[in-house]
Design a protein around this ligand. Structure first.
Ligand SMILES: *[C@@H]1O[C@H](CO)[C@@H](O)[C@H](O)[C@H]1NC(C)=O
Ligand SMILES: *[C@@H]1O[C@H](CO)[C@@H](O)[C@H](O)[C@H]1NC(C)=O
Ligand SMILES: *[C@@H]1O[C@H](CO)[C@@H](O)[C@H](O)[C@H]1NC(C)=O
Ligand SMILES: *[C@@H]1O[C@H](CO)[C@@H](O)[C@H](O)[C@H]1NC(C)=O
Ligand SMILES: *[C@@H]1O[C@H](CO)[C@@H](O)[C@H](O)[C@H]1NC(C)=O
Ligand SMILES: *[C@@H]1O[C@H](CO)[C@@H](O)[C@H](O)[C@H]1NC(C)=O
Ligand SMILES: *[C@@H]1O[C@H](CO)[C@@H](O)[C@H](O)[C@H]1NC(C)=O
Ligand SMILES: *[C@@H]1O[C@H](CO)[C@@H](O)[C@H](O)[C@H]1NC(C)=O
Length: 510
């Protein structure tokens, strides 16, 4: 009798709990068999507040399948079914099937439907789905346990209350002009949160921002309801504040969002829905601080520039031209053939100019680092057929082969100077136009050397005069060519003269 009574009590208790629970979550359930379509209503399922929706979001060229926040003027996509290409054209449906699966169907004329399972690896079969006010889309089993949630598969964004778990990553979204993912934010298992270009090997030289927490393996990133980005360990102790909002209240009218932008910058925003008519988005925090610090924002052999214009731009290094002038971030390629390499140094000297740039740097991947003078560094690169450019910094000459990676030019690199090899052009003005930010230097030493040289030539001519007429003719031709070129005094000529004057100097000393 007593046991029957307690069983009844227990059943009653469970009934009460269930009732309270279902009243607390007033989120309407999406029943099995419900579907959405690109062609007719409904096209999406909304959260109770109406701020978030899951379904087909119309864009110019078709639809994006995912979750979005009803921001103004345009919605903000916070999750997509496919991280790299979430677009579908019309004639598609999304269905929560009677079997408890979430399926995208593309209906193609005169062909079988293409089916794609959206929620994979379910822990059991779903009884219903819900679009929550947090921005999380969940599939639940008959015991109301979440068996799949969009929050566990972030794309380029995490929202308040969402984590980026150890070993997972955010991929930057494809932009309208470029459908490829170019950057990622990795929550590494070693505990470090790191930004890298997507097509890199993710080695330390590729990183362009990190949380410096690699001594805490297994920690995860947590965006709290109050807008703090925290690195938290398994027992939920905060290891580091990545950003601090200063906000205390868990206001339902503020939604926090951290997104890895298509430009490679990781930003934290707050969306304020307080004012009925007014709606505002605030940028709360971002890293890295300068766009040009995003490695890979400009392709190989180009440099990210903020000096000429405050807007960052990708410009070709001297001696290179855009791979695609309409997509400048895709980098540049060498615009000359390396024909002289097999030949002598003198051949190289007559073929190339050295172009000087200041306030520039690139990845530290030199094939030869030696300490020498600035002049020595110029000559060393000019004479070396492997050398694409040499970075001269604090007395060290760092020579680099093609391709040059992660080059950037900002006022922060005051002390650096770089020498680039560039093919001599028959049309000098067009060669200069190709590389606008170049600082050309002609040393006074060179002028002195011309005088020394001329003297040497005259002496030589006088000697030659007494041998043969042929030599006189030849020396005149050489002398004439020299005078022609001295008005436009190239680096190569300067070097030849230096070599000559060195010998003359030696003679004088003897
Ligand atoms: C909003 O979307 C329209 C159409 O796609 C686009 O032309 C416009 O630039 C967008 N506005 C903003 C602020 O993103
Ligand atoms: C969509 O379906 C309609 C009617 O069935 C058809 O006329 C149209 O060509 C289809 N569009 C595509 C892109 O398959
Ligand atoms: C996220 O951080 C908040 C505040 O420290 C904490 O209450 C919450 O439990 C954390 N959640 C996870 C899953 O780490
Ligand atoms: C989390 O950090 C706290 C405080 O530093 C520490 O006491 C705890 O052992 C850590 N938990 C784990 C699982 O490492
Ligand atoms: C903050 O608000 C969200 C939804 O608005 C809720 O799910 C969460 O439990 C709240 N957190 C705290 C600590 O009150
Ligand atoms: C949100 O907007 C309301 C009304 O415009 C304003 O009073 C409030 O201070 C804002 N909150 C935040 C955190 O910006
Ligand atoms: C690097 O360059 C210096 C100066 O040109 C040269 O003496 C040295 O042998 C080079 N080192 C290597 C490893 O090539
Ligand atoms: C040399 O460059 C100038 C200016 O860029 C151009 O007008 C001219 O046609 C070019 N001449 C030759 C021979 O390429």
């Amino acid at each position: 009798m007593a046991s029957a009574y307690s069983t009844l009590l227990l059943v009653f208790f469970f009934w009460i709990t269930e009732t309270v629970n279902s009243q607390q979550s007033q989120t309407p359930s999406i029943e099995l068999g419900s579907s959405l379509s690109t062609n007719f209503q409904p096209t999406s399922w909304h959260s109770p507040s109406g701020r978030f929706a899951f379904g087909f979001y119309q864009q110019d060229r078709g639809f994006i399948v995912g979750i979005w926040l009803a921001s103004k003027p345009n919605a903000t996509i916070t999750w997509t079914i496919n991280r790299k290409n979430p677009h579908v054209s019309s004639n598609a449906t999304l269905e929560l099937t009677k079997k408890g699966e979430l399926v995208l169907r593309r209906h193609i004329n005169n062909a079988a439907d293409e089916e794609e399972l959206i929620a994979k690896d379910l822990k059991g079969s779903a009884s219903y789905a819900q679009m929550l006010d947090s921005g999380n889309f969940v599939l639940c089993n008959e015991r109301s346990e979440a068996i799949w949630e969009s929050f566990n598969f972030p794309t380029d964004t995490i929202l308040g209350g969402q984590n980026l778990n150890a070993g997972s990553e955010l991929l930057s979204s494809a932009s309208a002009i470029d459908l490829t993912t170019r950057f990622h934010l990795k929550m590494q298992v070693d505990g470090n949160l790191v930004l890298y270009p997507a097509d890199s090997l993710d080695l330390p030289p590729d990183a362009y921002w990190s949380s410096d927490t690699d001594s805490y393996p297994g920690i995860h990133l947590n965006l709290t309801w109050t807008g703090d980005l925290l690195l938290v360990n398994k027992t939920l102790h905060t290891i580091k504040h990545v950003s601090f909002s200063g906000s205390e209240s868990n206001s339902t009218s503020i939604i926090y969002r951290a997104t890895l932008g298509s430009d490679g910058v990781f930003r934290l925003y707050s969306h304020n829905f307080s004012g009925a008519a007014e709606y505002s988005i605030s940028l709360m925090w971002y890293e890295p601080e300068e766009q040009c610090d995003v490695k890979g924002s400009c392709g190989l052999n180009s440099y990210c520039n903020t000096i000429i214009d405050s807007q960052p731009d990708c410009l070709c290094l001297p001696g290179t031209a855009y791979v695609d002038p309409n997509r400048r971030f895709q980098g540049c390629e060498r615009n000359y053939k390396d024909g002289s390499c097999k030949d002598t140094n003198e051949m190289a000297i007559s073929l190339y100019n050295i172009v000087v740039m200041e306030q520039i740097t690139w990845d530290d991947d030199a094939y030869n680092k030696s300490s020498m003078t600035e002049e020595g560094c110029r000559e060393s690169c000019l004479e070396d057929c492997n050398c694409a450019g040499a970075l001269y910094e604090l007395g060290s000459c760092n020579k680099k082969k093609y391709p040059v990676k992660y080059a950037r030019r900002t006022t922060r690199y005051q002390s650096s100077k770089a020498f680039f090899k560039s093919i001599k052009s028959s049309n000098h003005s067009s060669a200069i136009g190709m590389v606008p930010p170049v600082i050309q230097r002609t040393s006074k030493k060179a002028v002195v050397q011309i005088l020394v040289m001329s003297l040497a030539f005259i002496t030589w001519c006088l000697v030659a005069l007494s041998i043969s007429g042929f030599f006189i003719l030849k020396s005149r031709v050489v002398k004439g060519r020299m005078q022609m070129e001295s008005g436009n005094f190239g680096m190569a000529r300067e070097l030849t003269l230096r070599a000559f004057s060195y010998r003359v100097g030696k003679l004088w000393k003897q």
